[in-house]
Design a protein. Structure first.
Length: 505
């Protein structure tokens, strides 16, 4: 009841704000915003996706049910057309019953255990996704490598045949999250070089919250078995080791690996009235990890894309250019769906007028990152003016990574990634706790309105907001924004330099 009262208040306040906007300047935006705040199936759409379909990993029956959900949602929203496009993921992956037990006996001061009882406990853990299986091993030494720096590895000494414990900081900010991803590859490289048995990453969340990450870049099986251990258990292991206890682990990671699998993107369209061959994309990813039900990452924004389509149709407006509403699959495995789409549609990317992506839960949207495009800055600021009433005020010339705009950005297409406040996203990201009850529907409705308005006005400009950049121009932007360092840290720079990633040479 309180949620519905809050939504009603949101509708009312929006109507008051819109009444103050001069109709001659913002008539289309006003109509779309007003339509976006009307009651819609947004909540029931998301409930079906999360509670009934659940976690959605490509290659599983749940993912196919999610694709069917997307098709039905778009049709019900009134799309002019709806279809799916398949692509291939090189390997399938499913976690088995991962188990880890730790024991410790004696210390350097008391090797015969005359005063200290044997320590033994079960570690709460899950496998890192797309990591290889590990047949059951027993009594494997555990060695602490601190945060995993070169100095930490040197201090740890011989790691051959051992399980290495890697410490982390508690996740609080976007920078912390990006650091968690960029830190992993060099740790894995060092572990492989040192012939470690497995890597145990300490969770960045407290309260025994477990979550799923992958450290592979493109759906490939990783180089070494890896587990994520509950923070409290990892800290206990670290304290035992620091106090001089030898620590051993029994570990089993019975992951099931398979060959290539088919996945699908879901595409709906509102056909443009004057330039239908040109198009804007409004997108979000449909897949999720399966420990929770993928509500914040990214079910809420998959539902947002459908609701934005519904709002534009309800407003009775037809944009000059077509708008494609896309639910990408395989995002969690390395942006595979959007990469497949951008490559399959490369011949028509000169006609792409912009790509807009939402992928950060239901936190308040504060602005957009425009992919390093100074040339589109002034126009973009003008287009978001009607959205300032919601606190969306900024256009930043950042080249962000990690979501489905990425390959379009490296193809030279103008891209806009929604910048959002953290809200409750961090603790629940990829986690067992990412469920429907965490969604802020009042804010989600505002984000729907922003997505509908911005995608429509971008598609309705007399001329495209900006041209498709050449490869040389893209590389110049990468260097000016220091995003080349981002690609190097994530292991993608070689693919860019060789021409396997981004606009062709």
């Amino acid at each position: 009841m309180q949620k519905r009262k809050a939504l009603w208040l949101c509708f009312t306040l929006s109507a008051i704000c819109l009444a103050a906007i001069p109709p001659s300047e913002t008539d289309d935006a006003a109509r779309i915003l007003q339509a976006a705040f009307q009651p819609s199936p947004l909540e029931s759409d998301l409930r079906r996706l999360t509670d009934e379909v659940g976690g959605r990993v490509p290659g599983t029956p749940a993912m196919q049910r999610a694709v069917d959900w997307g098709v039905q949602m778009f049709k019900a929203a009134g799309a002019d057309s709806v279809h799916t496009e398949e692509f291939t993921i090189p390997y399938s992956w499913t976690e088995g019953a991962t188990e880890m037990t730790v024991s410790a006996t004696g210390t350097a001061l008391d090797p015969k255990l005359t005063h200290i009882p044997k320590v033994e406990f079960r570690v709460r853990c899950v496998s890192i996704a797309w990591a290889p299986a590990l047949a059951p091993v027993k009594h494997v030494p555990v060695v602490d490598v601190g945060s995993g720096s070169s100095a930490d590895f040197a201090k740890a000494g011989d790691i051959s045949g051992k399980i290495i414990l890697v410490h982390s900081v508690v996740l609080k900010t976007w920078d912390d999250l990006f650091a968690e991803y960029t830190k992993a590859p060099p740790v894995i490289t060092a572990a492989v070089k040192g012939k470690a048995k497995a890597v145990a990453f300490m969770a960045t969340r407290e309260h025994d919250i477990l979550y799923r990450h992958t450290n592979s870049n493109a759906g490939e099986i990783d180089r070494i078995p890896q587990v994520l251990v509950a923070r409290e258990d990892g800290e206990r292991m670290g304290r035992l080791l620091a106090s001089g206890h030898p620590v051993w682990a029994d570990l089993s990671i019975p992951n099931q690996l398979g060959g290539p699998i088919q996945a699908a993107n879901v595409i709906a369209e509102i056909k443009g009235s004057e330039k239908p061959e040109e198009f804007v994309i409004l997108g979000a990813h449909l897949d999720s990890w399966e420990l929770g039900t993928g509500a914040l990452d990214n079910g809420c924004n998959a539902a947002l894309v459908g609701d934005a389509l519904r709002a534009i149709k309800a407003a009775g407006l037809k944009p000059r250019r077509s708008i494609r509403f896309i639910l990408f699959s395989g995002e969690e495995e390395g942006l595979l769906g959007s990469r497949a789409y951008s490559r399959a549609h490369r011949p028509e990317l000169n006609k792409a007028a912009g790509v807009i992506i939402w992928d950060s839960g239901t936190g308040k949207t504060t602005g957009f990152a425009d992919g390093g495009r100074k040339d589109v800055l002034d126009t973009a600021k003008r287009l978001i003016a009607p959205l300032q009433q919601f606190g969306l005020t900024q256009i930043k010339t950042d080249m962000e990574s990690g979501t489905d705009h990425f390959d379009f950005m490296l193809e030279g297409v103008p891209t806009f990634v929604a910048d959002q406040e953290e809200a409750n996203y961090m603790e629940n990201y990829h986690a067992v706790s990412d469920t429907y009850d965490k969604v802020d529907f009042v804010q989600l409705k505002k984000n729907v309105a922003e997505a509908a308005e911005f995608s429509f006005v971008l598609a309705n400009l007399p001329e495209k907001i900006g041209p498709r950049l050449t490869r040389a121009q893209i590389e110049q932007s990468l260097r000016e924004t220091h995003s080349d360092e981002m690609l190097k840290a994530s292991g993608l720079w070689d693919a860019w330099e060789s021409g396997n990633l981004g606009r062709q040479k």
